[in-house]
Design a protein around this ligand. Structure first.
Ligand SMILES: *Cc1c(COP(=O)(O)O)cnc(C)c1O
Length: 229
């Protein structure tokens, strides 16, 4: 990409976040996770120079490679499908937050590995908020999310469950996307007494809408890193 292009894209995204945030609430704080999965360490370094510190990856191998190639520490977020045989490798990378814990069984697995390593891992419960539109997608059904969240809290003492994540709806209809975000927000609100602080939703195509529905963490890849978005 031409010099400064990344910086300009980041600035534009930050501007749009700010506008959406202010119209939702002046008191709302929204954190941007720059999803670097389409990108290389050079681009990450450029964004680092602009002040961006939180980056998201969806594959354990890619995260490991980028982390070890970069000379400065970053706040890494794991957002992808996590296979059981990759849990140990992921834990050893000391990621800040795993967004994509989409079942009680996976939470139990991660918890067991954490116990063996005598450590605690911060996670989010991934919710499928539009099962009609994306039946194959990762995540617990929104109707069961509260119960499973509390089950994890009760049984997985080496996990710190900090909130929920959703991909929204794989639809181009804004009403369907809005409905999915509203469902996720309702689950998040119902869990506020159980320590839920993070509502991770919104990607390149829909993060302004997600912020309008109360998202306080968004995951943006393409709009920052892809030349033609
Ligand atoms: C790739 C990915 C993103 C970023 O998507 P863009 O549309 O490129 O912004 C966000 N969240 C998850 C879980 C992803 O896999």
């Amino acid at each position: 990409m031409p010099e400064n292009a990344l910086k300009q894209k980041l600035a534009l995204v930050l501007q749009k976040i700010e506008r959406a945030r202010i119209s939702y609430s002046r008191h709302q704080i929204v954190r941007l996770i720059a999803v670097s999965k389409y990108s290389d360490t050079e681009a990450i370094s450029e964004l680092y120079a602009c002040g961006q510190r939180a980056f998201g990856e969806s594959r354990v191998q890619d995260l490991a490679a980028k982390k070890s190639a970069l000379p400065f520490p970053l706040e890494w977020h794991f957002i992808g499908n996590l296979q059981k045989n990759k849990i140990n490798a992921l834990l050893d990378l000391n990621v800040f937050l795993i967004h994509s814990v989409g079942s009680f069984a996976l939470a139990e697995e991660i918890n067991a590995r954490c116990m063996a390593k005598n450590r605690v891992q911060k996670i989010l419960l991934q919710i499928n908020s539009a099962p009609q539109e994306n039946p194959e997608k990762n995540g617990v059904h929104f109707d069961e999310a509260q119960e499973i969240y509390r089950q994890i809290l009760k049984n997985c003492k080496n996990l710190r469950v900090l909130g929920v994540m959703s991909m929204g709806a794989a639809s181009s209809d804004p009403r369907e996307i809005s409905q999915a975000f509203a469902r996720t927000k309702a689950v998040f609100d119902a869990l506020s007494g159980d320590g839920a602080e993070i509502l991770s939703m919104g990607m390149s195509r829909d993060y302004e809408l997600a912020i309008a529905h109360g998202a306080n963490m968004i995951r943006v890849g393409s709009e920052i890193f892809r030349q033609f978005f």
